[in-house]
Design a protein. Structure first.
Length: 401
């Protein structure tokens, strides 16, 4: 088997492309291998933030129309065309995917491999029977839906945040296992479409990554349309008469409960995809959880091999991956020494109401600076002119200084 030599090998075609374009402009003769076992474009485009936001906008309209009567507008939603909404999402996404695939396939500088990759030795990979090598490798391998261990799950059909986007018919009912960002957004979407949704989370708080006040408010508002059950551990799932049954235990009292629905969505987070890559064969260390281990410059334990995006498990956001790509470009290509800086990472939850945050949470700020040096401020949205105008209730801003 002949060995192909490249100036750069990039595994993943999402934020990695932010580096590849300027590298080609700087060196028109550069030869690059781009490898992606999934559809080109990365998780955000193909099965993450972009398709979900296309779906969430109609959900927002449904809730706004329902609230219009409070402002003197009598309105009625006669039908919600779920299939049209899903088809529109897929049409928009696949248009972009096809454009990226065409660009990768026709570039004179790029060899595009739509197949899994695995290391066979330091700086050496095997992809679909082809061996290749480069002293510069970008690992932009993303993440995958984590599937918890529970009795009976392997015996039933269930959805993840990846497969739920393939729905063509609206289920009459859905149980979502997990109570984080993914559960909140898909719970909001499905319930607004007319699906009866139950969310079951093991943490005492709904969306526990947020401030307790935000968690409580979001649970209250979404709870008008969704049954949200927290502090419960799902132990078993089973199917009976066309219905899925989830058996859970209250973590404080030990009391058992069961919920039934037509479908189940497992939304317990995302985890590493490093197993099929075998990074250890190239001298690349991973964390105890399986994420790629990187230093403050985003370089792995093997010089010349860098990680971008979900791969290191720090912040699983597209905008963070884009930022990290600029850090890696500065360090790997321009030979600078730029440390990655996560001191103020913004994020949002596109529910109704929406949630946004940036910087340290109160608990983190107190742990870092001490209780006496942290000031907390609140302001109700309804006490502002805009908030009063739109009839906002209970919404607020919390400032931690």
């Amino acid at each position: 088997m002949s060995m192909k030599e490249y100036d750069l090998i990039a595994i993943g075609s999402g934020s990695a492309m932010n580096l590849i374009d300027p590298m080609i402009q700087d060196n028109p003769k550069i030869k690059i291998a781009v490898i992606d076992k999934d559809e080109p474009g990365g998780i955000c485009l193909t099965r993450g933030c972009i398709p979900s936001k296309i779906l969430l906008y109609p959900a927002e309209l449904v809730r706004k129309i329902e609230e219009a009567r409070d402002l003197g507008i009598d309105s009625e939603i006669k039908t919600v065309n779920f299939q049209f909404i899903m088809d529109r999402m897929r049409k928009l996404i696949y248009k972009d995917i096809d454009q990226i695939r065409e660009s990768l396939s026709t570039s004179e500088n790029i060899d595009y491999y739509h197949a899994p990759a695995e290391f066979t030795a330091p700086y050496t990979l095997k992809v679909a029977g082809t061996e290749m090598r480069s002293r510069l490798i970008f690992l932009c391998i993303g993440s995958e839906a984590t599937i918890p261990s529970m009795i009976g799950l392997d015996k039933i059909h269930y959805h993840t945040s990846d497969t739920i986007l393939k729905l063509t018919e609206l289920p009459e009912s859905m149980i979502i296992v997990g109570a984080g960002y993914i559960a909140a957004e898909f719970g909001h979407f499905l319930s607004s479409m007319g699906c009866k949704v139950t969310i079951i989370g093991r943490n005492p708080y709904f969306v526990p990554e947020e401030e307790p006040e935000v968690s409580n408010l979001l649970k209250k508002v979404l709870g008008r349309h969704i049954s949200i059950i927290t502090n419960h551990e799902v132990k078993e799932v089973r199917e009976n008469g066309g219905l899925k049954e989830v058996l859970a235990v209250e973590r404080t009292t030990g009391k058992n409960m069961s919920v039934t629905a037509r479908e189940i969505l497992i939304a317990t987070g995302r985890g590493p995809t490093t197993k099929i890559l075998h990074p250890e064969r190239s001298g690349v260390n991973v964390t105890q959880e399986g994420w790629l281990a990187v230093n403050d410059y985003l370089e792995t334990s093997q010089p010349g091999i860098w990680a971008i995006g979900d791969a290191d498990g720090r912040y699983l956001f597209k905008h963070v991956a884009n930022y990290e790509s600029t850090v890696v470009y500065n360090n790997a290509v321009l030979k600078q020494n730029v440390k990655v800086d996560y001191h103020a990472v913004p994020h949002a939850i596109f529910t109704y109401p929406e949630v946004a945050a940036v910087g340290l949470r109160e608990k983190e700020a107190v742990a870092k600076y001490g209780d006496e040096k942290v000031l907390i401020g609140y302001y109700k949205y309804e006490d502002t002119a805009k908030g009063e105008a739109i009839n906002a209730k209970d919404y607020f801003v919390k400032v931690i200084v």
